[in-house]
Write a protein that binds this ligand. Sequence first.
Ligand code: XIL
Length: 323
Amino acid sequence: VAQLNTLAQAAGKLYFGTATDNPELTDLPYVAQLENTADFHQLTPANSMKWDATEPTRGVFTFAGGDQIVAQAQANGQIMRGHNCVWHNQLPDWVEAGDFDNATLLSIIENHCGTLVGHYAGQMYLAESQKDAWDVINEPFNDDGTFAQDVFFNTTGTSYIPTALRAARAADPNAKLYINDFNIEGTGAKSTGMANLVKQLKAEGVPIDGIGIQSHLIVGEVPTTLQQNIQDFVDLGVEVAITELDIRMTLPYTPILAAQQTEDYRTVISACKAVAGCIGVTVWDWTDKFSWVPGTFAGQGAACPWDVNLDKKPAYEGIVEGW
Ligand code: XIL
């Protein structure tokens, strides 16, 4: 039977993978499928490498949760994506409300990224050709392409971005360094903002290797410009990964919505397949049982390729057909 990673690699990609989270690892049927390497060759920790989890107190680092996901991956020969170094959500209060001046906050960012990426240097890939990859910067943009007015931008302007990227590069010279965001699936103001940032970073000699297109999509609303947009990003001289794919709907889950979701998964996978610089696809967990969607978007769900009973949905076949 054709399976997701087997097909992705046959199409020349590095991996098909999934997000997972530490509490899920006590669910043995879940873990059995997570370890199915014909479907998944790559894991992303959904929460345990974020700032609140890794540096809850200034200068005190806790890597136990992240280490557990890395050990889970390594035991099965799976590679990892690191997620993430700098993001305005899931920040500890000491950062969010610290009221630091520019120089102090930049040094805090440098220390956080350097220590985090350094801790995992060389741990996240098992083959020489497959480098560590990190979402160094997560969600820096508003939907109109301007920068989010978060604690980092409000204190440092855009200086936090090169500071974080350079710290990550110094800590793991082999890692692929990404900026990751949502609503950059199609062409438009936010994608243009991302492209302009990448161009500027490259012009300034700041290390940047990839753009992560999260792809938290809505059934029936996959942008028609997705493939073109991936190509446009690749043409900037970076690689692209689909980093957090899920395709949600307003519940209930009906046969009509299931059929549209199947087509939508096929469309996303085909777009990545068609562009050589799109290196892999990660779903933001593979089962509706552990999807973040119902807890975040009221009344919505059924976004993953497997249902709450861990049975494959038609969406799984959509991914198969896309590859
Ligand atoms: C989500 C996790 O899946 C949830 O468990 C958590 O409560 C909130 O964050 N974009 C991202 C991810 O980059 O880190 C988010 O993950 C989903 C949106």
